[in-house]
Ligand binder design. Structure first.
Ligand code: ATP
Ligand code: MG
Ligand code: FE
Length: 348
């Protein structure tokens, strides 16, 4: 079965195509046939963040050419099914991908699956590492920070915890802006941190006290602490070493994320941790997760950085697993849901 996945929840227009082989238990494997992504990130840079109207317009311009390139790359005329991100995401941006997916599914007369973007970030790992065992997933992106329990890709995902304020990727972007590093801040801050000392500044680890929720996160206090640090240095006329601040901030984020992820894995007696979402492209989050998983005897699965950020292949992969499990296709009347909870894998 060949499945096309369409992604337009934020500022990436993604179209991916996979071939699924396997049975209905949802433990088959996907082979990637096409992976086309057009990003409007450069158009948002001068505003310091994603501008929803600009993103929607860019999707509109990019969607058909991106679809055509994906079909050519896969060497097919049409897939056997079309999957699309129905939510969560930006309302106007979602509409473009969903309208396109419905139109193509109707024109090709193939089943249509309206699926959850967040499930896609987890599912994409199977492309590189094979069938997904029962696992804890740590999903960290510009809009989300979730700790999840996944029994199989065809079953609803259980949310263990999430951020109570800023997403971790958002914290990277805001701190990068504060340090004058531009947008998107994550990758620049990551590169700069490599030259700094992660022990230079003792930034707070939010929500790690004995009475705090075991699996929830908070990053806005950390962001404020960085701002205070910079301000007080400026007031005192002390120069700040930007690389040290970046490294110390990054260490605080990576420390809390991986500590709580390992805690969830251990508490629940699960042997595998999967990372996903744009911010898990971060080198320190990856290396600290590796260290801590190795020490705890936990198997760590992390997609290649390119597939941590938004793309269409992740939606194709999730759609393929759902379709293969025998789920009914979604109705062509399915409405976009900007606030779709992570527990809803597919709109039926
Ligand atoms: P959503 O939250 O809906 O998944 P999104 O577009 O924000 O949407 P992604 O494309 O998955 O999500 O991730 C983008 C985020 O990842 C941005 O906040 C960006 O700064 C962050 N990011 C990317 N690379 C790195 C990195 N190396 N280190 C830290 N953060 C990074
Ligand atoms: Mg993005
Ligand atoms: Fe995403």
């Amino acid at each position: 079965m060949i499945v096309m996945g369409i992604e337009s929840s934020c500022d990436e227009t993604g179209v991916g195509i996979v071939r699924y082989t396997g049975d209905a238990s949802g433990t088959g494997t996907c082979e990637m046939l096409a992976d086309e992504v057009a990003s409007s990130v450069d158009e948002h840079a001068r505003f310091g963040g994603v501008v929803p109207e600009i993103a929607s317009r860019a999707h509109l311009e990019a969607i058909v050419p991106t679809m055509r390139r994906a079909l050519t790359q896969a060497g097919i005329r049409r897939p056997d099914a079309v999957a699309v991100t129905i939510g969560p995401g930006l309302a106007g941006a979602l509409l473009v991908g969903v309208a396109a997916a419905k139109a193509y599914a109707a024109a090709w007369n193939v089943p249509f699956y309206a699926v959850n973007h967040l499930g896609g970030h987890v599912a994409v790992d199977t492309l590189e590492h094979g069938p997904m065992p029962e696992c804890v997933a740590l999903l960290v992106s510009g809009g989300h920070t979730h700790l999840l329990e996944v029994s199989s890709l065809a079953e609803p995902i259980v949310e263990l915890g999430s951020t109570v304020d800023d997403a971790a990727g958002e914290a990277f972007d805001k701190v990068a802006r504060l340090l004058g590093l531009g947008y998107p801040g994550g990758p620049v801050l990551d590169a700069l941190a490599a030259e700094g000392d992660p022990r230079a500044v003792a930034f707070p680890r939010g929500m790690t006290g004995p009475r705090d929720s075991r699996y929830d996160f908070s990053f806005s206090g950390l962001k404020t602490a960085v701002a205070r640090h910079v301000e007080s240095a400026q007031r005192a006329g002390r120069p700040i070493v930007v690389a040290d601040v970046a490294a110390s901030f990054q260490e605080a984020v990576a420390d809390v994320l991986t500590m709580k992820a390992l805690r969830a894995v251990t508490d629940r007696g699960i042997g595998t941790l999967v990372l996903g979402g744009g911010a898990t492209a971060n080198s320190r989050i990856r290396s600290l997760a590796e260290e801590r998983c190795a020490a705890a005897g936990v198997t760590l699965r992390v997609p290649t950085p390119r597939r941590c950020t938004d793309n269409g292949v992740m939606i194709a992969t999730l759609g393929a697993h759902i379709a293969a499990s025998g789920a009914e296709p979604s109705p062509l009347t399915a409405a976009t849901d900007p606030g779709l909870p992570v527990s809803v894998s597919q709109i039926v």
